[in-house]
Write a protein that binds this ligand. Structure first.
Ligand code: CUA
Length: 176
């Protein structure tokens, strides 16, 4: 009889509809998780609760195509002093290293950090401070921090980025 065949087709149509709905829901959920994760990380950078007394202000981010890096200060990563005396640190993350490997900065002066990634998402965390930024390819993460006391601070990638993730170690040397 034709009735079961009709039911079968109707079921197939329902299955397709539910498949589409579940795919859409998954995409929305994934996007939501990523967005909340990123905003949560920026929130963490913005907050100021460091026991070491380092002070972070002014988190922002902008877009930067990795292919355009050659025409930006990221072409020569490291600390630079501007004509007005302000200090900026440009750091490039890639699998599996930071450039520069060691960043030397003076104590007691605000430094605006700018970070970008050449490949995948990395993290930049300076131990003993509340510097904890997500480094995203195609974007620049910026924040300002003043290191109060001289010393050597270990910094790590705290975003799992692949087989060499645990080798992404670097240092910030704060000089008197
Ligand atoms: Cu880079 Cu983990």
């Amino acid at each position: 009889s034709p009735a079961p065949r009709l039911d079968h087709h109707t079921l197939e149509r329902y299955e397709t509809v539910w498949l589409v709905i579940s795919v859409v829901m998954s995409v929305l959920l994934f996007t939501g998780v990523v967005v909340s994760f990123i905003s949560g990380t920026y929130q963490a950078v913005r907050s100021d609760g460091s026991s070491a007394g380092h002070h972070i202000t002014g988190v922002k981010s902008g877009r930067l195509d990795p292919r355009s890096i050659a025409s930006t200060p990221f072409a020569k990563p490291g600390l630079r002093e501007n004509a007005d005396g302000s200090l900026e640190a440009f750091i490039v993350a890639k699998a599996f290293a930071f450039d520069p490997a060691v960043l030397r900065v003076p104590a007691g002066r605000p430094i605006t950090f700018h970070l970008t990634s050449l490949d995948v998402m990395h993290g930049y965390m300076v131990q003993g401070t509340n510097v904890n930024a997500t480094v995203i390819p195609g974007q620049v993460t910026s924040f300002s921090v003043t290191f109060r006391e001289p010393g050597t601070l270990n910094s790590i990638c705290n975003e799992y980025c692949g087989i060499g993730h645990h080798n992404m170690l670097t240092r910030v040397i704060v000089t008197a």
